[in-house]
Ligand binder design. Structure first.
Ligand code: ZN
Length: 185
């Protein structure tokens, strides 16, 4: 199955690649350079983000209104693709600063969601907001706090965000936060 656009050229030498089985017994088609024979493996990407909460009991959560595609005009938790050279926690913190301009203290890892269909793993940390002043970046129209009753459930950008928010408010009602692994199909 192809998850992203196929690789066309070798990252090492620029020659054309062809998708074929490597000679080493590998059973998956790989992008192999027709000139230098480098095998280019394609693996899942990590998306990292936070559930920024506010108030003594964390009754409000920060959502960002997306200014860019995909899902422009829908609400999301701050999250994005992890960069090379950073940890998952650093990436989640960075995305929260970039998208919401929020000051946070990063907490525990809260959800791990496999989105195998598109070759992604999404990780959300709980994060205590240190201020209710936000300064949204270029990807965000507006950053705003919502109680559970105010969450625009029909206007949430991504299934992984909805799944994470549902678990956040369910755990909050129980008075205890757990770690959740979810397989999205
Ligand atoms: Zn090559």
């Amino acid at each position: 199955m192809m998850f992203r656009n196929p690789i066309l050229h070798c990252r090492d030498c620029g020659a054309k690649v062809s998708y074929r089985l490597p000679d080493d017994g590998d059973t998956k088609l790989r992008a192999i350079c027709t000139d230098c024979h480098t095998v280019h493996y394609e693996n899942p990407l990590n998306v990292v983000g936070t559930v920024p909460f506010w108030g003594p009991d964390g009754e409000q959560v920060l959502l960002c209104l997306r200014k860019i595609e995909p899902r422009k005009g829908k609400w999301t938790l701050p999250a994005g693709f992890m960069e090379l050279g950073e940890t998952t926690a650093q990436g989640a913190h960075r995305e929260t600063v970039e998208e919401a301009g929020a000051q946070i203290e990063l907490g525990e890892l809260f959800t791990l969601m496999n989105v195998a269909r598109v070759g992604q793993v999404h990780l959300y940390y709980r994060a205590r907001l240190l201020s209710a002043d936000f300064n949204p970046g270029y990807e965000t129209i507006e950053a705003r706090l919502f109680t559970e009753e105010q969450i625009p459930w029909e206007e949430i950008a991504f299934r992984t965000v909805r799944e994470t928010l549902e678990r956040y408010f369910a755990d909050r009602r129980c008075g205890q936060f757990a770690f959740h692994t979810v397989d999205i199909d």
